[in-house]
Design a protein around this ligand. Structure first.
Ligand SMILES: NC(=O)c1ccc[n+]([C@@H]2O[C@H](COP(=O)([O-])OP(=O)(O)OC[C@H]3O[C@@H](n4cnc5c(N)ncnc54)[C@H](OP(=O)(O)O)[C@@H]3O)[C@@H](O)[C@H]2O)c1
Length: 398
């Protein structure tokens, strides 16, 4: 029997829950969830009870001090990602980091003023942080696993297999991607201080990550070198602060956003002259939509990463199915809907955790790693500079 990979989870909210369910599905690699650390110990204890986790802490440092833990899985608000990545790596442990790797969360300003800081200043700070994480990773022989589930979503994996053949004679000319829903459940997401941005950082990070991954893949396949993002232009707004929204009543969209945008779009120019268009928005009713449209010179791929339509349901009165889970962020089950038989599988969460456990146990690189995580942050923050300055921003990679 191989030695198990021993995991410590930090955070006890939404992401921690779906990570824990995915660890249960890992095949061929023995895995033990050794401990969980939450800010609120009771919440961590609830998850520990449900998943049989033996140790519960109210401080993540206990995980770092535990020599039996191999990997620390960070399921915490965005502002904590970078500091905890650095501490985990310095403690000699592998790290799994939820998206985005980092952002600007303030440098001593009052919380309410963080979102108003010049985006150029934010980009400079973010780039310094990315240089720091690169330096620290180079000094420690541990894995950085970037938890971008879109890379692992079955639809994207199938697209990759197809693109692998198509780019022998063709090229990806344009990648469009969007993740939208009616607004985050998490209070942390409403302020720049904790989220490091709005819809672009929180939702747009998924299609940006997948788009950059596909163009990297195409470049490596053709020449051995990745095709990289070189230029970004963007637009963004909090649609719930527009005159149009102020004039409406009873919208089921999430409101109360403090200083972050709820709608954003970036156009990325790649080093081969092709384009990506990526959108993240909190203005969509009817459940989450995660889509990609990949236009090649010789083929086209349309991906519905979520939701799927393999099960149809219709009811005038949805009361009997009140307790049945259908889809993330679906506001009502009245009328026609499409309950997802296994949403987490469709979104790639089990495949992601499988890859990370294999990467650690078999000492190989994960499919989604540090370079991708850094590039997503660079594109997002160049996007914020573009929104503020109203022009294209040239990327200078860290
Ligand atoms: N890949 C995806 O599809 C996806 C989906 C959702 C979220 N995410 C990412 O996952 C991360 C967490 O989001 P979430 O939705 O899980 O948020 P959430 O439901 O609000 O949970 C965050 C958890 O972190 C805990 N926490 C806060 N500060 C902490 C600290 N210092 N030490 C330990 N735990 C701490 C919170 O504690 P309390 O319980 O005390 O508040 C809470 O349990 C975010 O980075 C988000 O971007 C990714």
């Amino acid at each position: 029997m191989k030695k198990p990979v021993r995991v410590g989870i930090v955070g006890a909210g939404f992401a921690a829950s779906f990570h824990l369910r995915s660890y249960r599905q890992v095949k061929e690699i023995p895995v033990e969830i050794a401990a969980i650390a939450g800010r609120t110990k009771d919440r961590a204890a609830q998850l520990a009870g449900r998943y049989g986790i033996p140790k519960i802490y109210d401080d993540y440092r206990f995980l770092l001090d535990d020599p039996s833990i191999d990997v620390v899985d960070l399921c915490v608000p965005n502002a904590l990602h970078l500091p905890l990545v650095l501490e985990t790596v310095k403690a000699g442990k592998h790290v799994i980091c939820e998206k985005p790797l980092t952002g600007y969360f303030g440098q001593g300003e009052p919380d309410k003023e963080v979102g108003a800081v010049s985006k150029r200043k934010m980009l400079d700070k973010v780039k310094a942080d990315l240089a720091e994480v690169t330096r620290v990773m180079a000094e420690h022989p541990v894995k950085f696993c970037y938890a971008e589930n879109w890379i692992y979503a079955p639809a994207v994996r199938k697209a990759l297999e197809i693109i692998d053949r198509c780019v022998v004679t063709g090229a990806i000319l344009e990648v469009r991607g969007e993740e939208s829903h009616s607004g985050s459940h998490s209070e942390y997401s409403k302020s720049w201080r904790y989220a490091g941005g709005g819809a672009l950082a929180r939702l747009g990070a998924h299609p940006i990550g997948a788009g950059l991954f596909l163009k990297r893949f195409e470049g490596v396949k053709k020449t051995g070198l990745p095709i990289l993002p070189v230029e970004v232009s963007a637009d963004g707004v909090d649609l719930t602060k527009t005159p149009a929204f102020h004039a409406v009543k009873n919208s089921p969209l999430v409101t109360g956003w403090e200083d972050v945008e709820t709608w954003a779009q970036v156009i990325v120019t790649f080093s081969d002259g092709t384009r990506g268009i990526f959108c993240g928005a909190d203005n969509l009713l009817g459940g989450m939509e995660s889509t990609m449209d990949i236009r090649l010179s010789n083929a086209r791929l349309k991906l519905d990463i979520c939701p799927v339509r393999i099960c149809q349901f219709f009811a005038v009165d949805p009361a009997p199915v009140r307790d049945v889970y259908f889809n993330e962020k679906q506001e009502t089950k009245a009328g026609l809907s499409f309950p997802s038989p296994d949403e987490e599988w469709t979104l790639g969460y089990p495949h992601e955790i499988q890859d990370f456990m294999e990467a650690i146990a078999l000492d190989r690189a994960p499919l989604s790693g540090l370079e991708l995580a850094k590039q997503v942050v660079e594109v997002v923050y160049a996007g914020y500079v573009s929104m503020e300055e109203g022009r294209k921003i040239i990327l200078s990679p860290t």
